[in-house]
Design a protein around this ligand. Structure first.
Ligand code: ZN
Length: 465
């Protein structure tokens, strides 16, 4: 685009959003161009802050005509470097579109704008005696638009599913400005293609989500949590099946911390007090949520007792008060807070069959230690969903070895037919490894969809592929 054309486009966009609706130059906060990964720091040409869907539509229509690339953004808490703008991009922030439009108790739904923060949504549901079950560490700053466009997961997927499972209707804007109004509350709707799924998990490359109707659940009235020590991964798998069979739909989390991570938490995260000795191979956090306090606690204790009798569990602590429960979750959450103590750590998010996971943990460590005998490695994750996170530090120059470490981790994932991303997405960081988990034909179909929906390639270009 010639300089005069670009200047005209920028003026046109500013007119769409009005004087309070944009920022430029040094007025743009770093939070609007640096994501949680800090992978790059390029201020956008212009930061647009629309207040409604019509403005988003007008913005995209203008950018489509001019062939101007645009990067939508939520809370900038992503972990795959997708939302931070690239050179020459315009950013579109939802910071002025964060309303909870409606809570409908009869249909158990909540209608929200894309910029609504996850924690606000959780609190609004709670105030109405309902539950919005999506939960992740960034809850205080991530937005529902970001959760939707990355198909976020988190701690309670085992019971409630991922973001994809928690949404009924979506309103989105296509690259050319066309508004797709799918904002309905119908739980059953088989009228052809489920178009909302095109926008969920596609990381802003096929359209921009502006509003959504979320699915709420009844609020549980009981919560019990235990941390169990387990001696090998086969027993972790047995314990998962045991908990699923005994607790049924009350099972709301099954999180596993490998010994390496447990010891790192103990050493580097002072506000987390580990409840058990640090010499066990695995630590499993099991949570039950239900609607009958007394019965649910009894069932949970019975489940743990029978697991101990079957020699699946070495020892365990049970938490049944809010404070004790919070303390156990603090230990689990601390797995994401080790790096300030250790130094920069590469973070991985991969998916595997649960049966392969014990081998994966041993093998990935073995292969990494061939190159870096003193590497600091930690594994933990949402094992009930087959999702493991790995954190790796190979020395002060860890960043320089990024691709070499990627090759070891993702190579093993490919051998085991796993996924190079379980819940974080692809963004820019993983795009060269997409073929490790998707076939040529699948990638060709993805590209064909992109070409149809965004022929000018203006929406988050270069992300995913
Ligand atoms: Zn996670």
């Amino acid at each position: 685009m010639a300089a005069t054309e670009l200047a005209a486009l920028l003026e046109q966009l500013k007119a769409v959003v009005g004087p309070g609706g944009y920022r430029e130059g040094t007025d743009i906060d770093a939070k609007n161009y640096q994501d949680a990964m800090g992978a790059r720091s390029i201020p956008p040409l212009l930061l647009l802050r629309p207040t409604d869907t019509q403005q988003v539509s007008a913005i995209l229509k203008a950018c489509h005509s001019a062939g101007q690339p645009i990067a939508p953004q939520g809370g900038m808490t992503g972990l795959v470097s997708a939302a931070a703008p690239l050179q020459g991009e315009i950013s579109l922030s939802f910071e002025r579109m964060k309303q909870v439009v409606e809570v409908d108790r009869f249909t158990s739904t909540m209608t929200v704008e894309a910029g609504a923060e996850l924690q606000t949504i959780q609190e609004q549901a709670d105030a109405n005696d309902l539950l919005f079950p999506l939960d992740l560490g960034a809850r205080g700053s991530c937005t529902i638009g970001g959760n939707l466009s990355t198909n976020a997961g988190g701690n309670r997927v085992i019971r409630y599913g991922m973001m994809r499972d928690l949404v009924i209707g979506i309103e989105a804007v296509l690259a050319d400005g066309t508004i797709i109004d799918g904002l309905h509350k119908l739980r059953k709707n088989n009228t052809g293609y489920d178009l909302k799924q095109l926008f969920i998990g596609s990381e802003g490359t096929l359209g921009i989500i502006t509003r959504a109707v979320l699915k709420l659940s009844p609020k549980p009235s009981s919560q019990v949590v235990a941390m169990c020590a387990v001696s090998n991964f086969e027993k972790v798998t047995e314990l998962l099946m045991h908990a699923q069979a005994k607790l049924g739909s009350n099972l709301s989390a099954f999180e596993v911390i490998w010994q390496n991570t447990y010891q790192l938490i103990d050493k580097h995260v002072p506000h987390a007090t580990v409840p058990l000795a640090d010499n066990y191979a695995f630590y499993v956090l099991i949570e039950s949520m239900g609607s009958n306090s007394d019965k649910d606690t009894d069932l949970f204790v019975d489940t743990l007792n029978s697991a101990t009798e079957k020699q699946l569990v070495e020892t365990a602590v049970i938490a049944d008060t809010d404070t004790k429960i919070k303390n156990l979750w603090t230990v689990r959450d601390a797995a994401a807070e080790i790096y300030p103590g250790v130094g920069y750590m590469h973070t991985y998010d991969v998916s595997l069959n649960v049966g392969d996971m014990g081998y994966f943990g041993e093998e990935v460590e073995k292969r990494l230690r061939v190159e870096w005998p003193d590497a600091i490695i930690g594994l933990f994750g949402h094992i009930g969903d087959g999702n493991v996170h790995i954190i790796i530090h190979v020395g002060p120059d860890t960043r320089d070895y990024h691709l070499q470490i990627d090759e070891i981790v993702y190579g093993l994932i490919q051998e085991l037919s796993g996924a190079v991303s379980a819940e974080h997405g692809i963004g820019l960081m993983k795009k060269q490894f997409l073929p490790y988990s998707k076939s040529e034909a699948e990638i060709a179909l993805m590209k064909a969809l992109k070409q149809t929906m965004d022929p000018q390639g203006i929406l988050n270009p270069g992300r995913i592929f």
